[in-house]
Design a protein around this ligand. Sequence first.
Ligand SMILES: Cc1ncc(COP(=O)(O)O)c(C=O)c1O
Length: 392
Amino acid sequence: VQASTLSFNVGLSKIAEVSERARVLAPKFEKSTGKPFIYFQRGEVGVATPPFLSECFKKAIEKGCTKYPRLGGEVAYLDAVLADLAASGITGLRREHVMACHGGQEGLELVFSLFRGKRCAGFTPAWSCLFDNIFPYADIDFVSVPLQADAEKGWAFSPAELSRTLAAERVDVFYLNSPHNPTGTVFSPEEVRQIAEICASHGVTLVCDEAYRDLVYVGEHFSPLALESDHIVSINTFSKTMAATGFRIGYVACRNPQLIQELMLGNYTQTAGVSSPTQHAFAEALRHPDLPAWKKAYHADMRQRAETLTRNLDPRLGAVSPQGAFYSFINVGLESAEAEAAAVERLLEKGIAVVPGSAFGREFMGYVRLSFSTLRETLAEGAKRFSDAVVN
Ligand SMILES: Cc1ncc(COP(=O)(O)O)c(C=O)c1O
């Protein structure tokens, strides 16, 4: 076998690159300065997995839920997901409208594979994994619709520009992520409806990535799934909402059962489904009496971190406060790839790891992303040290 027959045009993100540098530099930095290294680059969740979820997982294994999973998802899991959606006001869905997948990443990869070779538009900046992995893997031609930053109003889009781009670029699918990685924007229910209407008027399928749906601190999350359309696909994961990144479980939902059928073939071919004990664990955990209290405490914790970050960043940075998810995307005024690489390295030497803006779209070279999800005790100090390093 030739090595080239095994390689794809996918790569490793700048997040992995920065993490690798941090792994090498952090011990030296901490030893020589006595100060903590600040890991602002991570998208990992910095709280423990709920204990009741671990219990549910053990129980699933003890009960013998260890055989090949049912095509598309175990009935208990799909029913728990449907009940969870119904509790958030999304009704009229049946088992044929949902499919278990290995987190948001597999859900997105399968959905975009249905649009192989087609054109996808989306707001930028956007999650780096789309550019590094999912779009190249699914051979998607991406068209950027840049968001505009305003410290007062937040990150905003122009509906007219969106409409014009969808028509002029002959777009087939639009990717919407709210709450948004990397800006922390939560698009309002009115904005989401407007985006869905614009997509529908151009015959464009709307793919919604709702990975951070429960992590909203300002405003309200509106799932486009609530709109009765066969051309809306929602990708969900429990990675961030239940601090369960390692379990690798989520689901795709769509009112068009034929689309789900097609995804099931892809899912079956790739992995033969999400592991049975994981599905049964989540089926039970989603109905667990401890879940509401756990979610409330987790939400309060993350909201507090968002506020701590905002409070301790220098106002001269003009950073937009995160409304949701766990990121802030900040303009530090870099103008070339060399300047960006040098700035990231300089920050690493000062004990701060950040992700360069260009990882989230070429137009965002002057920015960096800070993630506050894994920092608590060192967050205020990190925000101040970052401000000192970039403001002067
Ligand atoms: C916007 C967005 N979507 C989807 C995912 C996928 O997460 P997972 O594959 O762990 O479910 C992530 C993870 O960082 C993300 O930031």
